[in-house]
Design a binder for this molecule. Structure first.
Ligand code: HEC
Length: 209
C-alpha cells in the first residue's frame, strides 16, 4: 500500500455557490439597456423631422387673407376677408331685425335670403343701407311697410361694402361682391338726400346699374 503525500497542490479548489454568470456587472448591463432603449425610442419617434432650416409653422389662413392684400374691401379678390368683416357688421347692425338666418320676421322685417333687392343691383342695396327705407315694399311676394333706419353716419364705406357683400353671399344668396369704391360712388351720387327711400315706388323710379 502506497500513500500519496498529503500536499497542498494536490487538493481540488473549494466548491462555491451561485452560477458562473456572477462575473457579469449588473449596473453596467442596466445602463447599456437604458441607453439602447433611449436611442431606439428617439430614432423611431423623430423619423419625420425635417432638417430644412427655418420656421416650419404655417400661417393662419385668416391672418394671411387680411394682411396679404391690404385692408378688407380695397381688393376685389379679397372675398374671404370681406365676408369675415361683413359677418361682424351684420351681427352687430342688421341681425336684430333681419335675423341670423336672413329670413326676417313675417309681417315685420323682410327676408334678405333670396331677396330680389339684395341680389339685384349692388348700387341699390348700398343706397338702402346708406339712407334707410320707409314705405311699402314687396319682397318675395310679401308686402312690408316698416321702417329701416339709415346707416350712413354709423357705418364706414368699408363696413357697408363688407356687409353688402356678406348678405349677397349668405343665406343661399350668390351675387357679385360690393367694393368700397362703389359705396363711395353711391354715397357721392346721393349726398343731397336727407330722408329715407320711400319704399319700392321711389326705389323703382331711380336708375340703378
Ligand atoms: C331696425 C330694424 C332694421 C335694421 C337694424 C336693418 N333693417 Fe333692413 N329693413 C328693415 C325693414 C323694416 C325693411 C323694410 C322697410 C320698408 O318696409 O319700407 C328693411 C329692408 C331692407 C332691405 C330691402 C328689402 C329686402 O328684404 O331685401 C335690405 C336689402 C335691407 N333691409 C338690408 C339691411 C342691412 C344690410 C342691414 C344692416 C346694415 C339692415 N337692413 C338693418 C329693418 C331693418
Amino acid at each position: 500500500m502506497t500513500f500519496k503525500e498529503d500536499r497542498l497542490e494536490n487538493e481540488k479548489s473549494d466548491p462555491h455557490e451561485g452560477s458562473s454568470l456572477k462575473f457579469i456587472n449588473v449596473p453596467l448591463v442596466l445602463i447599456a439597456l437604458f441607453v439602447g432603449f433611449g436611442a431606439t425610442y428617439l430614432a423611431l419617434r423623430t423619423d419625420n423631422t425635417s432638417m430644412t432650416p427655418g420656421d416650419s409653422r404655417t400661417k393662419p389662413s385668416g391672418l394671411a387673407a387680411a394682411s396679404d392684400t391690404g385692408p378688407a374691401g380695397t381688393d376685389a379678390n379679397n372675398l374671404p376677408a370681406l365676408m369675415e368683416k361683413g359677418k361682424q357688421v351684420f351681427t352687430t347692425t342688421c341681425q336684430a331685425c333681419h335675423q341670423a338666418t336672413g329670413a326676417g320676421i313675417p309681417g315685420a322685417f323682410p327676408p334678405l335670403a333670396e331677396s330680389e333687392w339684395v341680389n339685384g343691383s349692388p348700387k341699390r342695396v348700398i343706397a338702402i343701407v346708406l339712407h334707410g327705407l320707409q314705405g311699402e315694399i314687396n319682397v318675395k311676394g310679401q308686402k312690408f311697410q316698416g321702417v329701416m333706419p339709415p346707416f350712413k353716419d354709423q357705418l364706414k364705406p368699408e363696413d357697408i361694402a363688407a356687409v353688402a357683400t356678406y348678405v349677397r353671399n349668405s343665406f343661399g344668396n350668390k351675387s357679385d361682391l360690393v367694393t368700397v369704391d362703389l359705396v363711395n360712388k353711391v354715397k357721392d351720387e346721393t349726398k343731397s338726400r336727407t330722408t329715407s327711400w320711400g319704399g319700392e315706388a321711389e326705389l323703382n323710379a331711380q336708375k340703378w346699374e
